[in-house]
Design a protein around this ligand. Structure first.
Ligand code: CUA
Length: 362
């Protein structure tokens, strides 16, 4: 090989390396400048975002290198007039090159996986004072349960969390696969029927954040949303105390510990319909998980807003809307309301809900 050919072969390699380096630098700068994520509201968010940045820094050059070589080869070795019937030169390949391009990506991948594992293990370490919350996904609503020592758990369709307190979520699904995701917290896990999955989060920013279902779960998947509210410890305790007390009860009632639902579920007049609406009964998904109703303090937009759609409707309509949903759909809404309220609610509970809704919304 003459000096001349050697120089000719070196030049394109140099050009490609130079071009690849420049585009990589631009690509990395661009990738890091893009504001990919929503506001971060947990201590886990920063390490996850840093991990993302590391991925950008390592993967952009690989992408640029491959594209540069492909584009360069397409241009440099294109067919010229008169070459139509020519075959390419018979070459064996380059063992050294193949070893290099297999080994380097392998090393990069193993290093990335190891580092990710270290970060994920670290941010999910058990904390001393962590609060436990059970999350249940079912078509198409989330229910949060706060276990209470010695009493019935508190259920809510809104995820209330105290600021700076570590939380361990235990996630379950009743029907099909769902995925419990609060983008602002960055953590995410599948809800799988039959098993309990978990993750830990420490909310560190006051605010209201969307909870999203991130696993295709049926017709109502896109509207399977709820709200996480990170509040001060004092506000959280006040909210918790309010949930423990029967709705509308005075202070003295609370002191007496008379929870009407716990006592006798048989009598319609004793069922707390507002609480039933907002929290469900443990089997039936709370109406409030999907419906906005001012009186019950619920705000989900999954289903029609009852303050509006029930206006002027009689009790017969409301009863049929609970027991036979889909018969008469509100405009713009799909037929996704559970059809089994006749089974999951007792007759008395249905009566209580109908009466309550007729009163506050009808
Ligand atoms: Cu539940 Cu998608």
């Amino acid at each position: 090989m003459s000096e001349e050919t050697r120089r000719q072969e070196r030049t394109p390699t140099l050009q490609m390396v130079l071009f690849g380096a420049i585009t990589s630098a631009i690509g990395i700068a661009w990738g890091l400048a893009i504001d990919w994520f929503p506001v971060s509201a947990s201590t886990q968010a920063k390490p996850i975002d840093d991990l993302w940045d590391l991925l950008i820094i390592l993967s952009v050059p690989v992408f640029m290198l491959v594209t540069t070589i492909v584009l360069f080869s397409v241009y440099k070795f294109r067919m010229r007039p008169g070459e139509e019937n020519l075959d390419g030169p018979p070459i064996h390949g380059n063992t050294k090159l193949e070893v290099i391009w297999t080994a380097i990506p392998a090393i990069v991948l193993v290093a990335l996986c190891s580092w990710t594992w270290v970060v994920l293990t670290d941010i999910e370490e058990a904390q001393a004072n962590e609060m436990r919350i059970n999350v249940t996904g079912q078509q198409f609503a989330w229910t949060y349960e706060y276990p209470k020592a010695g009493g019935k758990p508190i259920r809510s369709s809104t995820l209330y969390l105290p600021l700076d307190r570590p939380v361990r979520f235990s996630v379950k699904a009743i029907d099909v696969l769902h995925d419990f995701w609060v983008p602002a917290f960055r953590m995410k896990v599948d809800a799988v029927p039959g098993i309990t999955t978990r993750y830990r989060v420490t909310p560190n920013k006051l605010g209201t954040y969307p909870v999203v279902c991130a696993e295709l779960c049926g017709l109502g998947h896109s509207v399977m949303r709820s709200t996480a509210r990170v509040v001060s410890v004092a506000d959280f305790d006040a909210w918790l105390a309010k949930q423990t007390a029967p709705a509308g009860a005075s202070k003295s009632d609370v002191a007496g510990g008379q929870n009407p639902r716990a006592q006798d579920e048989g009598a319609a007049e004793k069922i707390d319909a507002k609480k039933l609406f907002a929290e469900g009964n443990g089997t039936a998904t709370a109406c409030g998980s999907c419906h906005t109703l001012a009186d019950a303090g619920t705000s989900s937009q999954t289903g029609p807003e009852l303050d509006k759609t029930l206006k002027g409707k009689d009790e017969a309509y409301i009863r049929s809307a609970i027991l036979e949903p889909g018969k008469e759909l509100a405009e713009g809404f799909q037929d996704i309301m559970p059809k089994d309220y006749g089974d999951t609610l007792s007759q008395e509970e249905v009566d209580a809900l109908v009466e309550y809704l007729g009163k506050v919304a009808g």
